[in-house]
Structures are given as structure tokens and as C-alpha cells.
Design a protein around this ligand. Structure first.
Ligand code: COA
Length: 273
């Protein structure tokens, strides 16, 4: 195991969610391996708490999401809870509200996020992965949204992201059949950005995260904000926000540092201001 996991980390949801930090990288681990990291409501809420803590930690510049146990990223919502908390429309609305509030934190996250996927990534796990900025996966991972096999409607936000990643036709094929696809197919249709052998996934993910952590935070924020606006309908686009972050970059100490470091042929030290 890499060093970061030799420390205990901060537990949430009775340890079913773990938070680590090291060298500017924050890591959230879905840690319910006996159930292939299926998400209970308590885990959704713990996930939200961990996201908030890493968002507010100024030393953290990028956040990785991963599953424990090597078999799954997240196998979806915990179906064993459904009889109690999601058995009809009214109960489902309350359930959706509580879990959606945590996903909204990820959707509006101010720092870059990476989903590191090894094994099954299903249902609500796909929702989490699709909300991350970047998806890296190991060969042998499997992806799917089996909502039609359970009788669940998969919601607007999840499908919006699915359609924007893979297009409407693949979204329909996946949703109508509830089929699982392998990592090669996921890569081909744009559901994941890069694939690695299992033994290399974590190291490669950390390398990318560390690269992001060492780059200029305001420039990354500008890219994140601008890309999010590109994805909105033109009528809802906040061009002022793009201009404001652009100006913040050009007036920043980091831009001065970036220029000087280039001229002096040294590595820049960025501070996010
Ligand atoms: N909710 C609750 N429990 C789950 C779960 C989920 N989403 N996914 C897996 N589990 C549990 C299984 O019930 C099983 O529990 P048990 O050991 O008490 O029998 C355990 O995790 C291991 O699962 P198992 O099916 O034996 O492992 P597998 O490696 O053969 O298959 C999956 C893994 C994820 C493919 C399979 O468990 C599955 O299809 N899960 C449901 C996925 C789903 O429909 N998600 C969408 C929910 S909206």
C-alpha cells in the first residue's frame, strides 16, 4: 500500500468513509468492501462531510475518490436500505434529497477531483464518478447503471452527465438494458479518460494528482470554472465569472512567479494567490 494509507486517516460514517491528506492531495475512500462499497445514506452524508473538510483545508489542492478492497469503486446505493428508506415516491424523495445534497457538493466543488476506479462502478457509483472532473480506471473494471433492473428512475443530474460524456445513443443503450460494459469499452465511449494495469492505477493517479497539486491553483480554477460554463446553455452562462477568474490569474503573484521561474529555468512555487 502507498504511504498515504499507512496512516489511519479521519473516519466518517463509522469508518465507512475515510479521509487522508498528503502533499497537497486529499483522498476520500469509500470503505465498505464487504458490500462492494455500496453507499448507505450515512455514507452519503459522511462523504459530504469529508468533501467539505477537504474543500476547507487550504493545504489540499486536488481530491481523489477511490474504493477500498480492490473489487469496487462504488457498487451503487445500498439496496438493503431501500425497503426502509426508499420504498415509494415519498420516501424516495426524502432519500434523494439527502443523498443529492452531498452530490451537489461534488458538482460544485471548487478544487479538481479525480475518480480512481478499480472494479465495479455501478449506479450511484457512476454518478459519483461522472461528477468527478477526471476518471482514471484499471483494466478489468466494469461500469453500468442497472436502474432498469431495479425499477428505479435514474434522475436528471446523473443522466445529464452521462449524456454529456457518452452521447444520447450510448446513454439509451446503457439505461434501457442495464448492461455492464468493460473498461476498454468505457474508454472507447468516453466514460473514462485513461486506463492502467491494476498494479499501476494508484501510482499513476497520484502522479497526475501531484502534477495538478504543483500547478498554479488559480489557473486550474479558471479552467474548471470556464469548462463548467461551456457546458451550460448559452443563456445561463456566467461570462462575468470567467472574466473575474481570468483577471484574478493575470493579477496574481503566481503568474509573476510562473514567469520568473521560466526565465530563471527553475521549478515555480505556486501559492494560489
Ligand atoms: N447494495 C447492497 N449490497 C450490495 C450491493 C448494493 N448495491 N452491491 C453488492 N452488495 C453486497 C451483496 O449483497 C453481497 O452481500 P452478501 O455477502 O451479504 O451476500 C456482497 O455485497 C458481495 O456482493 P456479490 O454480489 O456477492 O459480489 P460479486 O463480486 O459477485 O458482484 C456486484 C458484485 C456489485 C456486481 C453485485 O453485487 C451487484 O450487482 N450489486 C448490485 C449493483 C446494483 O444494482 N447497484 C445499483 C444500485 S442503485
Amino acid at each position: 500500500m502507498p504511504d498515504i494509507f499507512s496512516t489511519t486517516g479521519t473516519p466518517y460514517a463509522d469508518g465507512k468513509i475515510l479521509k487522508h491528506t498528503a502533499g497537497g492531495v486529499g483522498v476520500i475512500t469509500f470503505n465498505n468492501p464487504d458490500k462492494r462499497n455500496a453507499m448507505s445514506l450515512e455514507m452519503w452524508e459522511g462523504f459530504g462531510e469529508a468533501l467539505t473538510a477537504l474543500r476547507d483545508d487550504d493545504t489540499v489542492r486536488v481530491v481523489i475518490l477511490r474504493g477500498a478492497g480492490g473489487k469496487a469503486f462504488v457498487s451503487g446505493a445500498d439496496i438493503s436500505q431501500f425497503e426502509r428508506v426508499r420504498h415509494n415516491a415519498a420516501a424516495s424523495e426524502e432519500y434523494a434529497k439527502r443523498s443529492a445534497a452531498q452530490r451537489a457538493l461534488l458538482a460544485d466543488y471548487p478544487k479538481p477531483t479525480i475518480a480512481c476506479i478499480q472494479g465495479f462502478c455501478l449506479g450511484g457509483g457512476m454518478q459519483v464518478a461522472m461528477l468527478a472532473d477526471i476518471r482514471l480506471a484499471s483494466h478489468g473494471s466494469q461500469f453500468g447503471i442497472p436502474a432498469a433492473k431495479l425499477g428505479i428512475a435514474y434522475g436528471y443530474d446523473g443522466l445529464r452527465h452521462l449524456v454529456s460524456l457518452v452521447g444520447p445513443a450510448w446513454a439509451r443503450l446503457l439505461m434501457y438494458t442495464g448492461m455492464r460494459i468493460d473498461s476498454a469499452e468505457a474508454l472507447r465511449i468516453g466514460l473514462v479518460e485513461r486506463l492502467f494495469p491494476e498494479g499501476e492505477l494508484w501510482g499513476e493517479t497520484m502522479t497526475i494528482a501531484e502534477t495538478i497539486a504543483q500547478n498554479a491553483p488559480l489557473a486550474i480554477k479558471a479552467a474548471k470554472i470556464t469548462i463548467a460554463q461551456v457546458l451550460k446553455d448559452e443563456s445561463r452562462r456566467d461570462m462575468e465569472a470567467i472574466k473575474a477568474i481570468g483577471n484574478a490569474c493575470m493579477d496574481s503573484e503566481d503568474f509573476r512567479e510562473g514567469r520568473q521561474a521560466f526565465m530563471e529555468k527553475r521549478k515555480p512555487q505556486f501559492r494560489g494567490r
